[in-house]
Design a protein around this ligand. Structure first.
Ligand code: IMP
Length: 191
């Protein structure tokens, strides 16, 4: 079976293919001729995932899925949430985003936060949503070198280490994206 994954990130694609157990061949956006930026203008994570999947489906008519992720911080009313990629600037400036978040959290004692990924799947024209959540807290300073985005300042529940300090395998086994993809894999297994 072939499925378009609305990403051009090869690393993400290979990782997801592995979780799906090798039975499904994933095709990237570039491979199906979509080179433009897909609009992400919704004010929810679900909305953005659906918007991206619908865009690909309308263009290709093929089965596809898209994911969207946000970091929701309780003391900030759920921010940066759907705006996680563009929290500090218009570009995906990870360091600037972390700096702003640390500053906004300076006087907060409630450090609880979660990463939430939603996958929107369109199969034979029908839409399905899958969610993956990892609870944790925002550290008071950045720790670790690995990962990307907010990883150096996110400590998952039950761990003394940040996502950046965990190995990629450890992170994937408990991460929001890992859990959402596992839910997608379970759906395909059941069918
Ligand atoms: P996307 O929807 O996967 O592009 O994620 C949106 C934004 O959330 C990214 O630009 C990152 O800032 C943040 N993010 C997503 N996944 C992770 C993660 O696994 N670790 C740290 N930050 C992440």
């Amino acid at each position: 079976m072939k499925l378009i994954f609305a990403t051009n990130n090869r690393h993400k694609l290979t990782e997801v293919e592995a979780i799906l157990g090798g039975r499904i061949e994933l095709i990237s956006l570039a491979e199906c001729g979509i080179t433009e930026d897909i609009p992400e203008t919704s004010d929810t994570i679900e909305g953005n995932a659906l918007q991206k999947a619908r865009y690909v489906y309308e263009k290709t008519g093929l089965d596809c899925f898209a994911d969207d992720t946000g970091l929701e911080v309780d003391a900030l009313g759920g921010a940066p949430g759907v705006h996680s990629a563009r929290y500090a600037t218009d570009g995906h400036d990870f360091a600037a985003n972390r700096e702003l978040l640390l500053r906004n959290m300076e006087d907060k004692s409630d450090r609880r936060a979660r990463f939430r990924t939603v996958i929107a799947l369109i199969l034979g024209g029908e839409e399905f949503l899958f969610e993956g959540i990892v609870e944790g807290e925002i550290t008071r300073e950045e720790r670790g070198e690995g990962g990307f985005g907010y990883d150096p300042m996110f400590q998952p529940e039950g761990y003394e280490l940040t996502f950046s300090e965990l190995s990629p395998e450890e992170k994937n086994s408990i991460s929001h994206r890992g859990r959402a993809v596992t839910a997608l894999a379970a759906f395909f297994k059941q069918r």
